[in-house]
Structure formats: structure tokens, C-alpha cells
Design a protein around this ligand. Sequence first.
Ligand SMILES: CCCCCCCC(=O)SCCNC(=O)CCNC(=O)[C@H](O)C(C)(C)COP(=O)(O)OP(=O)(O)OC[C@H]1O[C@@H](n2cnc3c(N)ncnc32)[C@H](O)[C@@H]1OP(=O)(O)O
Length: 307
Amino acid sequence: MTTTSNRNISTSTVRSSFLPFLAGIAFGIASSILYTRVICSRNQKSSSSSSSLWLQPPSTLPRFAQEILSNHHHTNTEKISNDDSNGESTNASSPNTALSSENWTEVRLREWEDLNWRDANGWQGRDLCHNPQGLGVRILHYYYKASSKEMVGVVWFGPHAESHRGLCHGGAMTSLMDDFCGHLAFLHSTSGQPWSGATVQVNVSLKKPVKVGSILRIIGRIDKHEGRKIYVHATLDDGGGDNNGGSSIDGEEQNKDPLVYATLEGLSIDGVKMSQHEDPVSKRTWEVEVCEHSGRLQRRDSGWKLL
Ligand SMILES: CCCCCCCC(=O)SCCNC(=O)CCNC(=O)[C@H](O)C(C)(C)COP(=O)(O)OP(=O)(O)OC[C@H]1O[C@@H](n2cnc3c(N)ncnc32)[C@H](O)[C@@H]1OP(=O)(O)O
């Protein structure tokens, strides 16, 4: 009797303490499934949507960039000779006005765009600023005007340019300035060849932090060409207009002074040969042509004709 009742007591005790335990486990499993399915999928969604935001520059460029792209549209081959005339300089501080003067050519190097050609012709990696798949600082376009020795570029600061919490590394801005100084000097070089010269000084003044994901403008000119020394001044800014968030009370866009993020005083030495290669690629020259697809003037290296 005693034994049976003890058994009953112990069975019911076990039942009463085991059931909540089982229920607890079931609840735990259900919660973890719920967490995995709902919370994690939400996290995955947000991380994938935020990362996809940053994999490419935005498809809609700011107004200054659209102006740059539309204002250099030419089809008249007569402009090619004008473009090469080394005329007097224009005011580099009003670039959008200068852009409408019809003498800008898009600068294109095959090694920036044709990655198979690049790999087959001695390059060993990807360009720091011109890699079409690059996620750091990426120059989307360069336009050059020989008559005023000016260049303007559209630049995207991608996710790999980040330093502290959504802000870009000063080195990303400085890399951009180095590239700008070098290529402007190459375009102006007496040799008429890409990569002819070397940048020896890049004095960059960082004025304002650049946010990751920004599209900015770099604009500059050759200040002086003394002997082999080419002095370059450039400004990284937001292009003015509506890019700094300005709009008038009636909603119309205001033209504001551009916000300046950095300035450059650079020096390149003309004609320095940094590479020992002696082949058709190293003998390329700059050629100005009307692009058969867009009808736009382009300053392309002659390597596009090399098989
Ligand atoms: C074909 C492949 C080309 C690749 C090009 C790559 C594009 C680049 O811009 S590379 C970017 C990084 N830059 C570098 O790595 C450059 C490193 N520097 C060097 O290799 C050497 O300094 C080099 C080869 C440029 C020197 O060239 P060299 O022909 O000997 O010039 P050098 O005679 O020393 O100097 C010429 C003038 O520039 C001046 N100068 C040279 N370096 C500097 C400097 N850092 N700051 C100020 N002035 C300078 C000299 O004082 C001299 O002035 P002056 O004529 O009044 O006496």
C-alpha cells in the first residue's frame, strides 16, 4: 500500500515537474525557430539591401554630374582641332560655364575598361581609382580641355573608402588627387603619351569629411609648366547647385557655391619613364576621336587599335 502510494506520489511528482520542463524545451525550440526565421531573415534582408546599395554608384547622378555628361556632347569633327589648340585659359572657378564651351573630351584608357586586355598586357592588378568593379574611390568620368589645361571628373566614394562610421578615409581623397595630378600631367605632356611622367608631390588639404556613397566633382588645372615641372591645382567639391541640399522657398533649385572637401597642390615631372617596358603598349599616344557609338569627343589612347 505504502509502496504503491509512494509510487503514485513519485509518478505524479515527476509528471508535474517534467511537464513544465518539456513545455519549456518546446517553447525554447519554437522561439529559436521563430528567431531564426523572422529575426535573422529580417537582418539578412536589411544587410543585403544595405550592401546592394553600396555595390555600385547610384544610377541617378547628381545634377552637376548630369550637366558634365550632357555638356560635352559633340559631333562636329571641326572641334577636334580647336580642342588641341593650346589657347588661353578660362576661369576654372566656374566649371559649369566652362563646360559649355564645347571643347571637352572624355579621357579613356583601355586598361581602365578592358580588363582582359589589361591582364594580357603587363598589368598585375586593378587600378586603384579606375577599376570598373572597384568599391573604394572610383573615378566614373574624366573630361579634359587642352585649350585651358583643365580637367574635371565625377567621383564615387564607395564602401571600401570608409574610415570612421560612414566617413571616408583621407587617403581615399588623396589617392584621387594623386590620380588626377598624374593624368592631367600625362594629358599635357610634351611626349603626347599616356603614363609619361611621374607625380612627385601631392599636397592635399582635407577640408570636410566625405560621406561613404557620395558622388563628388574633382576639378582642376595646370597652373604652371616650368621645364619638366608641371604644377597642378585641384578642388574636390560637391558641384554646387542642389547637391548641397539647397533649394529656394518656392522649391526652385538654387545655385550655391560648391562645398569644398579637399584641395590639391601637386607636382608632376614630365617625361619621366618609370617603366622598363619597350613594346607597342608603352609607345601608345593620345588620340582625339569622335566615339562611333555616342558621337562624343574622346581622348583615347591608341592602344584600342592594338590587338
Ligand atoms: C610608363 C609607366 C609610368 C608610370 C607612371 C606612374 C604614375 C605616377 O604618377 S606614379 C605615382 C607615385 N610617384 C612615384 O612613385 C614617383 C617616385 N619618384 C621617383 O621615382 C623619382 O623622384 C623620379 C624618377 C620621379 C625622379 O625623376 P628624375 O628624372 O630623376 O627627376 P629629378 O632630376 O630628380 O627631378 C626633376 C626636378 O623635379 C624636382 N623634384 C623631384 N622630386 C621632387 C619632389 N618630391 N618634390 C619637389 N620637387 C621634386 C627636382 O628638384 C628637380 O627640379 P629642378 O629641375 O628644378 O632641379
